[in-house]
Write a protein that binds this ligand. Structure first.
Ligand code: SF4
Ligand code: SF4
Length: 89
């Protein structure tokens, strides 16, 4: 019974705002971004969404910082280095 309480329920990440864990945050340069969507697929918090953004024809990534924990996986995976980490205390 006690063990069950320690295990997170599946699909519970939207209930846990992980933004406050962050010391650095990803900043995306949408002019460099080629709209491949890899960052959105790789993000463990599922907090990057490909959306229509003003002045761009293709969908661009939009990060929900309430849930971004600053792991930088998106930075590592971006094929054109369009994302960089900045301090965010
Ligand atoms: S830093 Fe990590 S949690 Fe934040 S958007 Fe990138 S992959 Fe997602
Ligand atoms: S991985 Fe890089 S190029 Fe691909 S959508 Fe994300 S920011 Fe754009």
């Amino acid at each position: 019974m006690a063990i069950k309480k320690l295990i997170a329920e599946p699909n519970s990440s939207l209930k846990n705002k992980t933004g406050p864990w962050r010391t650095h945050k990803p900043i995306t340069d949408r002019n460099i971004c080629i709209s491949c969507g890899l960052c959105a697929k790789i993000c463990p918090e599922n907090c990057i969404e490909m959306k229509k953004v003003k002045s761009y024809d293709k969908l661009k990534p939009v990060t929900d910082y309430d849930y971004c924990k600053g792991c930088a996986l998106c930075v590592k995976e971006c094929p054109v280095k369009a994302i960089r980490m900045e301090e965010d205390f």
